[in-house]
Design a protein around this ligand. Structure first.
Ligand code: PLP
Length: 418
């Protein structure tokens, strides 16, 4: 803990920006707020502060050795050249097997694409399909990138607020009410970043009943946290009805479940016309995902998941440690146990209107996040960034000792508010 200090996050556009040169689609786009807090945490660390970063959506575990070995093997075997733009035949086969084995989804080879991260699959799907006036339904709280991706691609994000009382999940009536003649996509992210909420099969069926009445609405199922589940059974929405399977892009990747964020591999299964369009975009932009990372991904998808039991046990312990800390903040923060992913979306309504020891008022969740960064030396992300306030997204993907210190600091900082 340090003296009370409030840190201001720099979310401004770079100085000297030449507005005349920039296209409107990018001039109006915001940089990712999660990247902004990581940059600020890094800057404070470089200035000698011991900042603990609970803002980053990245596991601290190393990539499992059998996956790294496969990458080294690929380098040694000379697999260092361009591959097919949509991914190697071997990796597409591993992805098809994974979809069938884990999700009951059968895809042919031309219904699969490998991308440089799940992010690229989603971005290119929007770029390939959205025109002015096209609407994309995004339940909030949402992963920070969806609305800006939609806007950059020329579409209109339609944000639907999903309250804490509904476990931050979209209700069928809300979905029904938000669909218009212009709706092209619904984005469904389960398990969710930032809330850690996962839709049960029956909840998905209820949403599918609505979608059945609107055959023009397509679905992006962002399943990237599929394997990080503590309670309950994960279901991929496209597996619920054969009709849905033809209008869903099921997106996944290795960043989260295999701790491979830096390798930049994602993939998607969907109708061949859409996969072809995404491939065309990729052909004219980034080409294939790294050949070495693709080889590593084959080892990830085909290899055994023995390591995952240990990871899940450690994550659950951390989740519970953080929940205990939250419950010790005298009502400043509150949260229910999330059943998946590695985030807690903590309500910070109890902090609003309170004063910090230096006399400043906490008026918003951004104020609370900057107070914790300056005083508890802990970086967390304000709910505003995810479309719902006043909340804080706290990621518990850091090592146990750091988490322990962060928890103690958060409790002390919260108790210092008056
Ligand atoms: N989707 C969600 C919900 C995420 O949280 C993230 C990363 O934070 C991504 C997609 C992007 O993952 P990738 O690293 O595969 O691009």
């Amino acid at each position: 803990m340090t003296e009370t200090a409030r840190v201001t996050l720099d979310m401004s556009k770079p100085k000297g920006m030449n507005k005349r040169m920039l296209a409107a689609r990018i001039a109006n786009a915001k940089p990712s707020p999660t990247a902004a807090i990581s940059d600020e945490a890094r800057r404070l660390r470089e200035s000698g502060r011991n900042i603990i970063n609970l803002g980053e959506g990245e596991l601290d575990f190393p990539t499992p050795p059998h996956i790294c070995d496969a990458a080294i093997g690929a380098i040694n075997a000379g697999e260092t050249k361009y591959t097919a733009v949509a991914g190697t035949k071997e990796l597409k086969k591993a992805i098809r097997q994974k979809f069938q084995r884990d999700n009951d989804l059968i895809y042919s080879e031309d219904e699969i694409i490998v991308t440089a991260g799940a992010k690229q699959a989603i971005f290119n799907a929007f770029l390939a399909t959205l025109e002015e006036h096209d609407e994309v339904i995004i339940p909030a709280p949402y992963w920070v990138s969806y609305p800006d991706m939609v806007s950059i691609a020329g579409g209109k994000p339609i944000i639907i607020t999903c309250d804490e009382i509904a476990d931050f999940k979209l209700k069928p009536a809300q979905l029904e009410a938000s669909i218009t003649a212009n709706t092209k996509w619904l984005v469904l992210n389960s398990p969710s970043n930032p809330t850690g909420a996962m839709y049960s099969q029956s909840e998905l069926i209820a949403l599918v009943e609505v979608l059945d009445r609107h055959p023009n609405v397509h679905i992006i199922a962002d399943d990237i946290y599929e394997n990080i589940v503590y309670d309950g059974q994960f279901t991929s929405i496209a597996s619920i009805s054969p009709d849905l399977r033809h209008r869903t892009l099921t997106v996944n990747g290795v960043s989260k479940c295999y701790s491979m964020t830096g390798w930049r591999v994602g993939y998607a299964g969907g109708p061949a016309w859409l996969i072809r369009a995404i491939e065309t975009l990729q052909t004219q932009s980034t080409s294939n995902a790294s050949s070495i990372s693709q080889a590593a991904t084959i080892a990830a998808l085909n290899g055994d998941m023995e390591f995952a039991a240990d990871w899940m046990a450690r994550l659950q312990t951390r989740r519970d440690r953080l929940l205990t800390a939250i419950s010790a903040t005298n009502g400043i923060l509150s949260a229910k146990p999330p059943n998946s992913a590695f985030y807690i979306f903590a309500n910070c309504a109890g902090a609003i209107g309170k004063r910090t020891p230096d006399g400043s008022m906490i008026e918003t969740d951004i104020d609370m996040a900057s107070y914790l960064l300056g005083t508890a030396e802990t970086a967390v992300i304000a709910g505003t960034a995810f479309g719902l306030s006043p909340y804080l997204r706290i990621a518990y993907a850091v090592d146990d000792a750091l988490l322990e210190t962060a928890c103690d600091n958060i409790i002390t900082a919260c108790k210092s508010l008056t």
